[in-house]
Structures are given as structure tokens and as C-alpha cells.
Design a protein around this ligand. Structure first.
Ligand SMILES: Nc1nc2c(ncn2[C@@H]2O[C@H](COP(=O)(O)OP(=O)(O)OP(=O)(O)O)[C@@H](O)[C@H]2O)c(=O)[nH]1
Ligand SMILES: [Mg+2]
Length: 177
């Protein structure tokens, strides 16, 4: 993430760019997150992604009134992207022990590329509120994410958790957390 907050002498806020990478196994739900966030659409038909794709969105961040452009990358062919944040995308329907192995495998991959700001998105989660909270607690205990973070529970089909996830991540990044 580059640039200072204000152009010297003008008081005009400069737009910041935040690059967020979605990584994970085929079918985990990366494209569906990207499409929901960028165009608020969802498709049940599966179309594999083979190359890196990027979606752009520009915001004025509420709390600080700073313009920000978000690049959402779905990473496949070339992982050498200078991303600020990596989201490991995991299908919430996997058994908990498989979620643990999956996370460890992608966590190591993220370290290989020096992505050190890592979040987890659990996808395809069409659970009741009560079940959702319990599930997040189970996965939080099983994974022990850096900085005691919690995984984000999302469903692209039901439009749950995706806008909130990006809002949280972008706000944290803007505040330097
Ligand atoms: N029920 C349900 N299905 C979903 C959800 N998100 C994704 N899917 C389905 O899961 C399949 C795979 O989703 P994609 O988003 O294409 O997965 P991907 O990770 O981009 O896959 P690759 O591009 O091959 O790496 C598609 O058939 C989607 O419709 C969800 O929230 N709920
Ligand atoms: Mg895809």
C-alpha cells in the first residue's frame, strides 16, 4: 500500500490502493467472492479460473473520508503479485481436520511469497446465526490465526459476510493494523 495521505500543501486526500489476493484450492469459492464484491452477482455454474484475474472498486472510506481503490486479485498462474493482504479461501463444508491441513498448506505458501498479512474466508456457509457463531469458534480454535484473528464466514450465494469482510480488512489496513 503506497503513498502519503495528503498531497503536500493542498490538503487534498490522495487515493490509496490496497491489493488483496484471494488464494485457495479450485472450487473453494474465490471467483464467487470476487464477483459478489465487485458486481454484486452470483452464478451457480462453475467456470474454472486458470489465470490471475483482478477486479477493481473505488471507495470513500466512511470513518476517515479517504478515497481508496481496492484491487481484488484471484491468484492462479503467477503468485508473484505485490499484494498487501492475502485471504486464504476455504470451503466451510470441509471437515474440520481437513480445514486445518488446508490452512497450513496455504499458510506456508503465503510465507513463501512473503505475504505476511493473512486472513481466512470460510465460504458457502449458509448457516443459521447460532450455528454460524459456533462454527466460527470451532474453526478459530482449530486454526489459531496470527494476531488471534477470527476467520470470516461468508456465502456468495446468500450474500453473507463478504462486504463486511472487505470493509473490516480495508479499515484495518488503512489504520495500519
Ligand atoms: N451454495 C454455494 N455455492 C457456492 C458459493 N460460493 C461458490 N459456490 C459454488 O462453488 C463453485 C466454485 O466456485 P468458484 O467461485 O468458481 O470457485 P474458485 O475458487 O474460483 O474455483 P477455481 O477458479 O477453479 O479456482 C461454483 O459452482 C459456485 O457456484 C456459496 O456461497 N454457496
Ligand atoms: Mg475462480
Amino acid at each position: 500500500m503506497g503513498g502519503s495521505l495528503r498531497k503536500k500543501g493542498t490538503g487534498v486526500p490522495i487515493c490509496r490502493t490496497i491489493r488483496i489476493g484471494l488464494v485457495g484450492d479450485p472450487l473453494s469459492g474465490k471467483s464467487s467472492i470476487l464477483t459478489r464484491f465487485i458486481s454484486n452477482r452470483f452464478r451457480f455454474e462453475y467456470e474454472p479460473t486458470t489465470k490471475n484475474i483482478v477486479g477493481l472498486k473505488s471507495y470513500i472510506l466512511d470513518e476517515v473520508a479517504i478515497p481508496v481503490t481496492v484491487e481484488i486479485w484471484e491468484l492462479h498462474s503467477d503468485f508473484n503479485q505485490p499484494i498487501d493482504v492475502a485471504i486464504i479461501v476455504i470451503d466451510s463444508k470441509l471437515p474440520i481436520n481437513e480445514i486445518q491441513d488446508y490452512y497450513m498448506r496455504w499458510f506456508k505458501e503465503a510465507q513463501n511469497y512473503f505475504w505476511n498479512d493473512i486472513h481466512v474466508a470460510l465460504t458457502k456457509s449458509e448457516l443459521s446465526e447460532d450455528e454460524a457463531d459456533k462454527f466460527v469458534d470451532r474453526v478459530t480454535d482449530a486454526l489459531v490465526l496470527p494476531g488471534n484473528r477470527k476467520p470470516f464466514l461468508t456465502s456468495a450465494s446468500s450474500n453473507i459476510g463478504i462486504f463486511q469482510m472487505f470493509k473490516t480488512i480495508i479499515s484495518q489496513k488503512m489504520r495500519g493494523l
